[in-house]
Design a protein. Structure first.
Length: 325
């Protein structure tokens, strides 16, 4: 008996069949998008339990590298992007694959093109996923959240675009949540040696934390003048302190320790100088953030004991001040 498959299942079969190249998969998708009567079910599942929505993310990520002409004809075409996003309205964005990863984990795993454009497919998709109730801190494979998955596949392909990690952080992702090995976002970025992303995120976190505290200091001072208690717990929630640069994994290693270890291993290579410069820039960025926060907390008349706890956050396990290797 002849069984007619839906357009969604036909597309998934094309994606899962090794006989079809990525270019052929993208051409098939473009053909379906050019037919206004075709409706795609993004909840349809294929190999490894991946939904059609997850396949679109993979096509978008790898397309610029393996089939740029076909990829741009789909994901740089505004009409096609709008049509793809219209299908997301009826999709269950909480679905996970066999590895327990949801679509956010896939978005974070790959370097994505055109992230500077807020209308790009990846940015527009993320802006639709969050309001639909997707959990930005959902645990996937190896206990990793989406933001903690950043860079996993970057080591296996040239960096063809940017990371969606800064956008995930803006949407409230917690960068301090560790995986089953105790590694958080910074551990994994350092392990993949994604130095530009490390510097970008830590610098923005330091700036955000300093600005937040400085802005809050005037309001806190006004409260103190009226006899209100000092906000002793304010420092515990700020981005610089929460970011986990000094969190130790199960091996007792911080992200900065890992960076120092990589630097020492590269001591005889041409990358050593660049790595050392990066570590120094990180140190200056964090010290600047610490100074700004201390100044803000002093203005708020926070008790000395709280300030002492803050300083402890920025020394290593031996009690020595935070220093470059």
């Amino acid at each position: 008996m002849l069984v007619l498959k839906s357009p969604s299942q036909l597309l998934l079969d094309t994606c899962d069949d090794p006989a079809y190249t990525l270019g052929a998969q993208l051409r098939t998708l473009q053909l379906q998008l050019n037919q206004p009567h075709v409706e795609l079910d993004l909840n349809a599942r294929g190999r490894r339990g991946r939904t059609l929505l997850m396949r679109f993310v993979e096509m978008h990520a790898w397309g610029e590298l393996r089939a740029p002409v076909e990829a741009r004809s789909v994901f740089s075409n505004r009409a096609h992007v709008v049509r793809l996003l219209s299908f997301v309205d009826t999709a269950d964005v909480t679905l996970c694959d066999e590895d327990r990863n949801n679509v956010l984990h896939l978005l974070a795993s790959f370097p994505l093109p055109n992230l500077a454009d807020p209308h790009s497919f990846a940015c527009a998709l993320l802006s639709k996923l969050v309001p639909k109730g997707i959990d930005v801190d959902a645990r996937g494979e190896l206990g990793r959240t989406a933001v903690n998955t950043v860079g996993n596949r970057c080591a296996h392909a040239p960096i063809i675009g940017g990371s969606i990690a800064p956008l995930l952080l803006q949407y409230g992702a917690d960068p301090t949540l560790p995986d089953i090995d105790g590694n958080n976002l910074m551990h994994n970025l350092v392990r993949q040696q994604l130095w530009r992303l490390v510097e970008q995120i830590t610098s923005s976190a330091a700036h955000a934390g300093a600005q937040h505290l400085l802005a809050a200091s005037s309001a806190s001072s006004a409260a103190l003048s009226l006899g209100a208690p000092a906000p002793a717990t304010l420092w515990q929630t700020q981005p610089v302190l929460r970011f986990g640069m000094f969190h130790r994994n199960h091996a007792g290693e911080t992200a900065f320790d890992a960076a120092a270890r990589i630097y020492k291993a590269q001591a005889t290579s041409r990358d050593a100088h660049a790595t050392h410069d990066l570590l120094q820039r990180l140190q200056r960025s964090w010290k600047k953030g610490v100074r700004s926060q201390l100044q803000a907390l002093i203005q708020q008349r926070v008790p000395v004991a709280v300030l002492a706890d803050l300083v402890v956050q920025y020394v290593d396990g031996s009690g020595r001040p935070f220093e470059s290797p």
